[in-house]
Design a binder for this molecule. Structure first.
Ligand code: AMP
Length: 272
């Protein structure tokens, strides 16, 4: 569903559901489009049939929240987390600078994500104004119920966290993907995250100052292994259902965070 007023995007949402849920979901989406404060003058509902065999089932990334409040401390910890995932300091600094100043060619926020070489920071997305948008991901009902409980226990009830965790899980499994960095362009929403298979989903409640309208996403890739068409096809078209929730924990400082991440990465390697 996409709702707009004139050329201004108002709200959007997407689900992967069994056919029996189609009517209820259509109602829900129209209600969502109408409940945004301003009345849309255009609501577009699109429905695509997916064959059950084409659905990819994934387990959600484990989530850790670093509960520090300072933006510079959080960005420093995000940089270190990205380095642990295999991104160079230069690539992270380039991404943070671009996201904080408007990464689109026009200097605005992008609608989608940048694709950046994890070593050099070179931008690789074909459309530098819009970026690449990941879509076609959703929770299965049991996994959705489970993650709702875990996130509520962790005090993370904002719908954005659950959506971002699903998006990040899909993105982390993309071909040649190394890691992702994101913070919102909503001036009232200061949280952001770093996500990768190696580190899990690391959430930072203050990755930008309150009131700052700048935000964006960077997908860092291994340039040597990259097939851009295959990556974009996966991000836009592969249908991913998150069928299992991961863990939700918090870390009081960066040391504890890195200890948790390292411990998990080692446990994964031993289990592999
Ligand atoms: P949001 O967390 O929704 O405020 O999004 C933050 C930024 O991420 C936006 O400014 C876009 O640059 C980018 N973005 C939003 N949605 C997507 C998506 N589905 N795929 C890729 N990038 C996105």
């Amino acid at each position: 569903m996409r709702a707009s007023v004139g050329s201004r995007h108002l709200s959007g949402a997407e689900r992967i559901i069994p056919i029996e849920k189609l009517e209820d979901t259509a109602h829900e989406f129209v209600a969502r489009a109408l409940g945004k404060g301003s009345l849309p003058d255009r609501i577009v509902l699109g429905v695509d049939a997916l064959s059950a065999g084409s659905l990819i089932a994934l387990k959600a990334l484990d989530l850790v929240t670093l509960t520090v409040q300072g933006v510079s401390e959080s960005r420093e910890a995000a940089l270190k987390t990205l380095e642990m995932a295999g991104v160079s300091e230069k690539a992270v600094e380039d991404a943070m600078r671009l996201i904080s100043t408007g990464a689109a060619l026009s200097g605005e926020n992008m609608r989608g994500a940048m694709i950046m070489d994890a070593r050099t920071g070179e931008r690789l997305e074909p459309d530098r104004e819009r970026g690449v948008r990941a879509s076609r991901f959703d929770w299965t009902e049991p996994a959705s119920n489970r993650i709702d409980l875990l996130l509520a226990d962790a005090g993370l009830t904002h719908f954005r966290t659950k959506e971002a965790l699903a998006l990040a899980t899909k993105v982390a499994h993309a071909p040649a993907m190394v890691a992702e960095l994101c913070w919102s362009d909503d001036p009232d929403y200061t949280a952001g995250y770093v996500a990768s298979i190696r580190t899990g989903y690391v959430r930072f409640p203050f990755l930008k100052e309150y009131g700052d309208p700048r935000g964006g996403r960077a997908f860092f890739v291994n340039g040597d292994a990259l097939n851009t068409d295959a990556l974009i096809e996966y991000l836009q078209k592969a249908a991913v259902r998150i069928a299992e929730a991961g863990t939700c924990r918090s870390a009081g400082d960066a040391h504890e965070l890195f200890r948790l991440i390292k411990h998990d990465a080692q446990a994964d390697m031993q289990g592999a």
